[in-house]
Write a protein that binds this ligand. Structure first.
Ligand code: AKG
Ligand code: FE2
Length: 231
């Protein structure tokens, strides 16, 4: 028992250290059973009657994880693994939102996630590939160690939308967050970012201050993703 607790503590300290140092922690192997992956994937089909078009396909903000009580999504979000991460990183209750996306279009141009960027609203995102993902199927890309620079850039200018989003929507809409388009003087290129290639079930957690992009699929390819946002 003591050994177990010790192993668990070591596991989470290691994950949190990597997450803080690198802005991302990629978990080895497949963290899920086929039944879990099937359920997560089928949840996309359940949502497919809701309008949710985006340039790369479909994107569903399913809201708080309480909407999934009694399902494998809820079980995962409240598992020892997730509660352990939350305890060790936040050490306070967090808001947990679930997003599901299906990328299969490349003829409408780039949506926001396709540009090298940091998020205007910072959060911690668990990202799970529900389909095998290679470079052609919209792999998530990130610039190693860019999260500290991302934090500085995000904190420049007005952050009023963090306090009251609806009141300050304009500040949010006009917030610069794309490296190549909005900060050309910094000299970042898409090719500075490295892809995460992996089978269905591949999971990583990243700090959205990290420079990243993804979802750009090649003809005939597709990608399905579940994201758990913590803030
Ligand atoms: O679709 C992707 O791979 C990137 C998603 C993204 O930008 C985000 O979740 O903040
Ligand atoms: Fe993003």
């Amino acid at each position: 028992m003591e050994q177990d607790t010790h192993t668990k503590e070591t596991f989470f300290s290691d994950v949190i250290k990597r997450f803080k140092d690198d802005g991302i922690c990629i978990f080895e192997g497949n963290a899920f059973t086929p039944e879990q992956l099937n359920y997560f994937t089928s949840a996309i089909d359940v949502k497919s009657n809701e309008s949710s078009d985006y340039k790369f396909g479909k994107s569903y903000n399913t809201g708080d994880v309480h909407n999934w009580i009694g399902t494998p999504i809820w079980e995962f979000a409240t598992s020892n693994f997730m509660t352990g991460f939350v305890h060790h990183y936040f050490n306070r209750p967090v808001i947990t939102d679930v997003f599901l996306t299906h990328e299969y279009k490349n003829n409408e141009g780039l949506d926001r996630n396709g540009f090298l960027h940091f998020d205007r609203l910072r959060c911690v995102k668990f990202f799970i590939y529900l389909t095998d993902c290679d470079e052609e199927s919209g792999a998530f890309h990130f610039v190693p160690n860019s999260h500290k620079h991302g934090k500085q850039l995000r904190e420049q200018g007005s952050l009023s939308y963090e306090e009251d989003f609806d009141e300050n929507r304009q500040a949010y809409e006009t917030k610069k967050n794309r490296l190549v388009e909005d900060f050309p003087e910094l000299g970042y290129k898409n090719s500075d970012a490295i892809p995460i290639i992996g089978k269905a079930g591949t999971m990583f957690v990243f700090d959205t201050d990290l420079f990243h992009f993804g979802g750009k699929i090649q003809e005939g390819k597709e990608r399905k993703v579940m994201r758990i946002h913590l803030k």
